[in-house]
Design a protein around this ligand. Structure first.
Ligand code: 6R9
Length: 650
């Protein structure tokens, strides 16, 4: 991003100091930054002592073969023991671990003592199915307690899991089963989505017809909806039948700190999905620490709710491993935010007295679109901290979130991280940082991140460039499963000795970091680099716009032309002159160079199930190309809707 004037145009200047009561009682204070700056490795060695070790580590980081890191390498522990048993042993067996809320309104509270018994039975069940330490298990599930139990059972016996989004196709599942060479698949008959049972098992059956999936011996099936499903005798096993007859005690075995914990596939923009490999102790240390620090979790009194899907890294780290390692009480919700009504999330916050909410900008903007009056019907006073993850959060959405969900009193923490980083890397701390709407701001204590230019040189304050991570961190990916070379090429070859995150970023005059979206999403317009995020933010700051997605479409005059897809607030129709008004608005906010050439009002935007806008597909539309791979879309009819709109706007 060479165009500094444009990179400086995001003129957000509002700041929100931490509330006095949060600051006074914060888990982590400014002293943590100093301690970590003094001795980063000693800081992490101390954080590792949050965990219970069978053999405590004497080593912290082994970086003798960069970028292949080993953390706490001579230590041994069991991840599931750390997330479950030790809380029971500490006398918290009666504490609710999971408040499960089904979409149809059924609910189930699972205490740590019950979770311990369920995980024990599931661990025995996997062993009976022949799963041995090191074998891979694919988990293809809706959001159910059994999903969490299955992951913990795998961790308990040292069998790395590979969770595949329940919304992915049979093809996507088959590719992932094959790449990881999974031996067992855990699934369910189906789950409830948008008010109706939706089947899952048939996709597994289809995936298992592919030659690459030939090594799968068993399919373990959770009964959720009771719908009729195809059954293969000998291969398919009911979860309840198998687990019910298992003992409810299981002796945990300690594994090496670097024992593989899970593989999680990220699709990226091109090529085969990458199997991101995470290992045990470093990962657990960082997710436990960050959950404690960023959300200020008080396990006795807080009720935590992360709305992500467990099939996404946010679900792994902040539904399963972080909160449970910290002995938290949390909500697990099966369904969609608008079933049976647009206030369902806020009803859940009220019902369970949720104190900490962690969600994505896309969800926040959707709620904005539905209207302020929806959350206003519920009592949200229990909330004390709000978090955001997944995309840059535009300042207007940040402000709305704080005001309409947080009652104008809660801190909002904008957390930047990736599947590859395993845990949160850049974020304000709720009791320390004066928050700036739209910025993740500061690397956490113990994390080293900066912004560099094309040559890898650090940029000064006020300049734009690429986000780079300059020191190894405990929950970093260890490699791409089965492809060390791709690991080196993708992340470590762009800048010597630094991790290339693939995100554009800038530092403001105070040295705070602003994330500007994926580098692939930066547009080149008449020689200027323009971030899609900045143009989207400018659009959303207009009162008529609820959501915006911006892409660069090939253009004979300007290399790329800015093309914006926008959703109008309250679903209103487009009136005469609105598009012109919006173009003028962006021009005023960002400068004439950033003025979109085309603005197309649409009803929906194409998103992945983890809430990210698929700009790639919008680029296909803007350039009149046939659509690329749509298998990871939440709702594939969205693209038809958008294409049908096109002629009016051309
Ligand atoms: C956790 C997660 C990673 C990419 C990342 C970046 C974007 C995530 C963000 C953010 C700006 C934030 N991203 N959080 N951008 N501000 N707070 O989302 O993992 O699915 O692997 O995506 O998401 O572009 O590189 P993952």
């Amino acid at each position: 991003m060479s165009n500094e004037s444009l990179a400086n145009l995001m003129t957000e200047t509002r700041k929100f100091a931490p509330p006095a009561e949060v600051a006074a009682d914060a888990n982590v204070t400014a002293a943590a930054y100093e301690a970590a700056a003094d001795d980063r490795l000693a800081f992490w060695a101390k954080q590792a002592r949050r965990l219970s070790w069978e053999t405590a580590p004497t080593q912290t980081l082994d970086w003798s073969n960069p970028p292949f890191a080993k953390w706490f390498a001579d230590g041994r522990l069991n991840v599931a023991y750390n997330c479950v048993d030790r809380h029971v042993e500490a006398g918290h067996g009666d504490r609710v671990a999971i408040h499960f809320e089904g979409e149809p309104g059924d609910s189930r509270a699972i205490t740590y003592a019950e979770l311990q018994r369920e995980v024990a039975r599931a661990a025995h069940a996997l062993t009976e199915l022949g799963v041995r330490t090191g074998d891979r298990v694919a988990i293809y599930m809706p959001m159910l307690p059994e999903t969490v139990i299955a992951m913990l059972a795998c961790a308990r016996i040292g069998a790395p899991h590979s969770v595949v989004f329940g919304a992915f196709s049979a093809d996507a599942l088959a590719t992932r089963i094959e790449d990881a060479d999974a031996r067992v698949v855990i699934t369910s008959d189906g789950g409830y989505r948008r008010g109706a049972p939706s089947a899952l098992k048939p996709a597994v059956d289809e995936a298992l017809t592919r030659p690459g999936a030939a090594n799968v011996r068993h399919v373990l099936v959770v009964r959720r909806t009771g719908q009729d499903i195809p059954w293969t005798e000998g291969r398919d096993v009911w979860w309840h039948e198998l687990t019910e007859r298992q003992p409810d005690e299981h002796t945990p075995e300690a594994f090496d700190a670097e024992h593989p914990l899970f593989i999680l596939y990220t699709s990226g923009t091109t090529g085969r999905p990458k199997g991101i490999l995470h290992t045990s102790a470093g990962y657990l240390t960082q997710v436990a620490f960050t959950h404690h620090a960023v959300f200020d979790l008080k396990p006795e009194t807080d009720v935590f709710w992360c709305t992500a899907d467990v099939g996404w890294v946010t679900g792994h780290s902040y539904i399963v491993y972080g909160p449970l390692a910290n002995g938290a009480t949390e909500v697990l919700y099966e369904g969609t935010p608008n079933t049976p009504h647009n206030g369902r999330w806020w009803e859940i916050v009220q019902k369970y007295g949720v104190t900490i909410l962690y969600t994505a900008p896309t969800a926040i903007r959707t709620c904005m679109k539905w209207g302020d009056d929806i959350p206003a019907q519920f009592n949200l006073e229990s909330l004390r901290i709000l978090g955001s993850v997944g995309e840059p959060i535009n300042p207007e959405a940040w402000i709305w979130y704080r005001k309409h969900i947080g009652g104008d009193r809660t801190p909002v923490v904008d957390t930047w991280w990736q599947t590859e980083t395993g845990g949160i890397m850049i974020s304000p701390l709720p009791g320390v940082t004066a928050a700036k709407p739209g910025a993740a701001q500061v690397p956490l204590p113990g994390i080293s991140a900066t912004v560099v230019d094309d040559d890898g040189a650090e940029v000064g304050n006020g300049s734009g460039g690429y986000l780079a991570l300059t020191e190894p961190w405990p929950s970093m990916l260890r490699t791409i499963w089965g492809d060390d070379q791709r690991f080196l090429d993708t992340y470590w070859s762009r800048f010597e000795g630094k991790y290339f995150a693939g995100d554009g970023a800038k530092k403001d005059a105070e040295g705070d970091i602003w994330l500007l979206g994926r580098v692939d999403d930066v547009m080149l317009v008449s020689g200027h680099n323009i971030s899609t995020t900045e143009v989207e933010s400018a659009l959303v700051s207009h009162p008529r716009i609820a959501e915006a997605a911006v892409v660069g479409a090939t253009d004979p005059q300007t290399t790329q032309a800015i093309c914006a897809f926008v959703i109008l607030r309250g679903g209103a129709a487009e009136e005469e002159g609105l598009v012109e008004e919006l173009r003028a608005h962006v021009s005023k906010e960002l400068g004439p160079i950033a003025k979109p050439k085309r603005i197309l009002p649409v009803d929906e935007l194409p998103k992945t199930r983890s809430g990210k806008i698929m700009r790639r597909l919008l680029r296909d539309v803007a350039e009149n190309r046939e659509l690329g791979d749509v298998t990871t879309l939440t709702d594939s009819t969205v693209m038809d809707l958008i294409q049908r709109k096109l002629p009016t706007a051309a």
